[in-house]
Design a protein around this ligand. Structure first.
Ligand code: FBP
Ligand code: MG
Ligand code: MG
Length: 347
């Protein structure tokens, strides 16, 4: 039988108390995800999981019954863990857990809420940070730490099987839930994401709202073999970022949720602290990359707990190429109608 998460983290933590605190916290979080997986698997038998229960912290997103339940399960599971404060997409401000404890946790309890009632993969995303010295841990400011400060990060996808992907800063590991044993079991110790891939994921319905450089990149992909890339690509859009991340972990590709001109989307859609940071750590630790188009996501420092960020992640060569389109002069200046003389139609 494959090693359990408990065994894996036990080996990693050894006798180090700081690592043991992270281990205890991850086991509490992943216990909660098993309870969430059970609710997700029941679907409508567990109640009206997609019923609207409120609006998110900045007033743009609806809060559904399952968002609220997942949030409660995660918070309750952390009681007794060495966590000073818990921040969630579902609450405006962090809340206290264990006073004086060394860690902070930030979560997206349920990612892909629009898919709850369609039986499409959804997930939970989490990030573990150190409680900073000299700052009240139960404050937004405590979470204003660089993505590279994360001690651990991961997600669980509730799909046909339930998978956990986790990093404690030494590679990215892949586990699958063994429902009978009630434990996650190790599938791959060190995931390596292929540097190149032919799949991209973006919500194409926003095409007209994008910036010209981003539009040029996607239009070039769409031209396939007949365009400048000279390769046919395939497209996916699940509308659960966590499910797209999992596909990329398994076989590579790129995910883009750029900024666009719609109200509420000028900084993209995804949240920096509990969506982009954890996914970026998992990507980098698996040999891939994550950027806002200019700066590696892990080098950003949040200024607000619920701050949004344009998010591009996946296979390294693809992320580098799109960053080139967004920031570099080079071939873009040659070909773009806005940035060069030849123009898109004559290229
Ligand atoms: O409906 P859109 O604009 O395609 O947005 C889908 C994106 O929104 C998200 O669902 C946002 O996450 P939440 O469900 O946690 O709000 C992403 O997972 C997903 O990629
Ligand atoms: Mg989300
Ligand atoms: Mg969510």
């Amino acid at each position: 039988m494959a090693e359990t998460l408990d065994g894996f983290l036990g080996r990693w933590a050894g006798a180090d108390p700081a690592r043991d605190a992270v281990r205890t916290t991850l086991l509490a979080l992943t216990d909660a995800t098993m309870a969430i997986a059970a609710v997700v698997a029941e679907g409508p038998l567990a109640g009206e999981l997609s019923a609207v229960r409120g609006t998110g912290a900045d007033g743009y997103d609806e809060q559904k019954e399952l968002d609220v339940r997942a949030d409660r399960l995660l918070y309750d599971a952390l009681k007794g863990a060495p966590v000073a404060a818990y921040a969630s997409e579902e609450a405006e401000l962090p809340v206290a857990v264990t006073p004086g404890a060394p860690l902070l946790v930030a979560v997206d309890p349920l990612d892909g809420s629009s898919n709850i009632d369609t039986d499409v993969t959804i997930g939970t995303i989490f990030s573990v940070l150190p409680a900073p010295d000299g700052v009240d841990p139960v404050s937004e400011a405590a979470f204003f730490q660089k993505g590279r400060a994360q001690l651990a990060a991961g997600y669980v996808v509730y799909g046909p099987h339930t998978a956990l992907v986790l990093s404690v800063g030494d590679g990215t590991a892949h586990f699958v839930l063994d429902r009978i044993a009630g434990a996650y079991r190790l599938i791959e110790n060190r995931v390596t994401i292929p540097a190149a891939a032919k799949e991209f994921a973006i919500n194409m319905s926003n095409h007209r709202h994008w910036d010209d450089r981003l539009r040029l990149y996607v239009d070039d992909l769409l031209q396939g073999k007949d365009g400048p890339r000279e390769v046919d690509y395939n497209m996916r859009w699940i509308a659960s970022m966590v499910a797209e991340a999992h596909r990329i972990i398994i076989r590579g590709g790129i995910y883009l949720y750029p900024a666009d001109t719609r109200a509420g989307y000028t900084q993209g859609r995804l949240r920096l602290v509990y969506e982009a940071f954890p996914i970026a750590l998992l990507m980098e630790q698996a040999g891939a990359a994550a950027t806002d188009g200019r700066t590696p996501i892990l080098d950003l420092v949040p200024e607000k707990l619920h701050q949004r960020v344009p998010l591009i992640f996946g296979s390294r060569e693809k992320v580098d190429r799109v960053s080139n389109y967004l920031t570099g002069p080079g071939e873009i200046a040659e070909r773009s109608p806005l940035f060069g003389k030849r123009g898109l139609l004559t290229a």
